[in-house]
Design a protein. Structure first.
Length: 501
């Protein structure tokens, strides 16, 4: 992208969220050097400034998708409703032998990025896994796609490195010997190989594209990696002050697994191993108890809430109010396209505003629209470790979304906060600026050729079909054993309910 010229957005309704109240004020926004230089009425335009008419538009902070896995981007609608542990057989086939080519990884990332930018997401945490193994080429392809479209992204390498059956309860006993042998032989990367890749990611990508691209850490989940690797990742998170992604207690089965393998919950295991620090992003946290929430709050960690994914996979309703009462920081993500079918953060925001009404008959405990927006914006900025995003104020990054206020979602305008959470679905987003550069104008991407990219993705996906079919066949072979495991785990009383059964 070119160096951003000064820009003046004239007479927009500028979004404000203060003390739990959403509002707006008509004002100009002056953008210089990629940052917001002024907000107020009748600002003078500096020489050479591009002037954009903001009348009839809401100027709001760029939205943040705080949990996402781009490698699932080609699998929209590919899998029926399945519980996580069975779903993952299709998502990350444990016996897969063939990896992705660089161009496919680039295009796949671009597909999700296009959807996000067009719906107003300007920053994403991409917890990217690689099947069967991670490579520097694959990591670079992901970073390049975000760089080229012009959005902000933190990219992690989400690569488990223990044998498949060691990540689950009961499986070692349930699986036949020949399948266990094939799992033993499936490719896995050593701690040293993965740490070399992290050295590459942090060295080559962190801070790239004028700081728009950043690194993040990921262990996938504490039980999916070796202890020395978990310790090393926690050390890197502290050393470089980078977000450390970990899926924890997304499902009831994972609670049973913690009891079986470690004699305690996976939150306590992560804390005891030194992984639960202030940079930790605890993804899901559905099946956690009050004491574990306090542990997360005391650590200063953030919980990434993905309510659409939790419904799609039947994981349960997260204890949102209890998290907040315990003092946990919370952010919102879509999770991946295979477990949401869209990369549209508005869906997740609306679901967060809806699903917690089921948890308590006392409506005073239900999330309010301003609370959901605060979690999505301020919580997202905190999770990504970028304090300059998530709000429109002087000195903040000029990541600005212009929303058409003359659409059905806002006609008539009764309550801006509630209409953003419950009525808007991203289709009113017209213009998107990141770091002072317009990357979407009047609904069209300015940085990449969307039609050509989508055509190439359709072509390459056809070639990808046979590989996918082989992976699905391998998943189908494993599914009966995983079903037995899941149902056995669900038969146990773990002292809490997160589902209706
Ligand atoms: Zn996830």
């Amino acid at each position: 992208m070119d160096v951003a010229l000064p820009a003046l957005i004239r007479g927009a309704e500028v979004f404000r969220l203060e003390n739990g109240v959403v509002g707006s004020q008509r004002a100009d926004i002056l953008v210089e050097g990629g940052r917001i230089a002024g907000i107020g009425p009748d600002l003078p335009a500096p020489d050479g400034a591009a002037i954009v008419e903001g009348r009839g538009r809401l100027a709001m902070p760029g939205l943040i998708n705080a949990h996402f896995h781009s490698p699932g981007n080609l699998m929209r609608g590919a899998v029926a409703g399945l519980p996580l542990e069975v779903f993952m057989l299709y998502e990350v086939p444990p016996l897969a032998a063939v990896g992705d080519q660089k161009r496919l990884a680039y295009l796949r990332t671009m597909l999700g990025a296009i959807e996000m930018v067009k719906t107003g997401v300007t920053a994403v945490m991409d917890d990217a896994f690689h099947v069967p193994i991670a490579t520097a080429e694959g990591v670079d392809a992901i970073c390049e796609a975000y760089r080229d479209i012009g959005m902000r992204a933190r990219v992690a390498i989400d690569q488990p490195n223990v044998v498949e059956y060691a990540k689950y309860p009961f499986l070692e006993e349930i699986l036949p010997a020949d399948i266990k042998r094939r799992m033993d032989e499936a490719p896995r990367q050593s701690d040293a190989e993965l740490l070399d890749l992290y050295a590459h990611l942090i060295g080559a990508c962190d801070g790239a594209a004028d700081g728009r691209i950043g690194a993040a850490l990921s262990c996938s989940a504490p039980q999916r990696v070796t202890k020395p690797y978990l310790h090393a990742l926690a050390g890197l998170a502290d050393k470089h002050a980078l977000p450390f992604n970990m899926h924890i207690l997304e499902t009831k089965l994972q609670r049973v697994f913690g009891e079986e393998k470690y004699g305690r919950s996976l939150v306590r295991y992560a804390a005891d191993e030194g992984a639960l620090g202030r940079h930790a992003v605890v993804i899901h946290g559905v099946w956690i108890d009050d004491a574990e929430m306090r542990l997360i709050a005391d650590a200063g960690a953030t919980i990434a809430h993905n309510p659409v994914c939790n419904l799609r996979l039947g994981s349960g309703v997260a204890p949102f109010r209890a998290w907040r009462d315990a003092g946990c920081h919370v952010c919102i993500g879509t999770d991946e396209i295979i477990a949401d079918d869209r990369a549209n953060i508005w869906d997740a925001i609306k679901a967060a505003g809806l699903v917690h009404t089921l948890a308590d008959a006392d409506w005073h405990t239900w999330p309010t629209a301003p609370e959901v927006l605060e979690v999505a914006l301020a919580g997202g900025a905190r999770a990504l470790g970028w304090s300059e995003i998530g709000a429109l104020r002087v000195g903040a990054a000029a990541d600005i979304v212009l929303v058409d206020m003359e659409t059905t979602a806002f006609t008539p305008l009764n309550d801006l906060g509630r209409q953003l959470v419950y009525a808007e679905n991203g289709s009113s987003v017209r213009d998107v600026m990141v770091a002072g550069s317009w990357i979407l104008r009047d609904g069209r991407l300015t940085t990449v050729d969307e039609r050509a990219l989508l055509a190439e993705i359709r072509d390459l996906s056809r070639a990808f079909g046979p590989q996918r079919e082989a992976a699905n066949a391998a998943a189908r072979e494993l599914e009966p054993y995983y079903r037995e495991m899941v149902l056995r785990a669900h038969g146990r009383d773990v002292g809490m309910r997160r589902r209706l059964d």
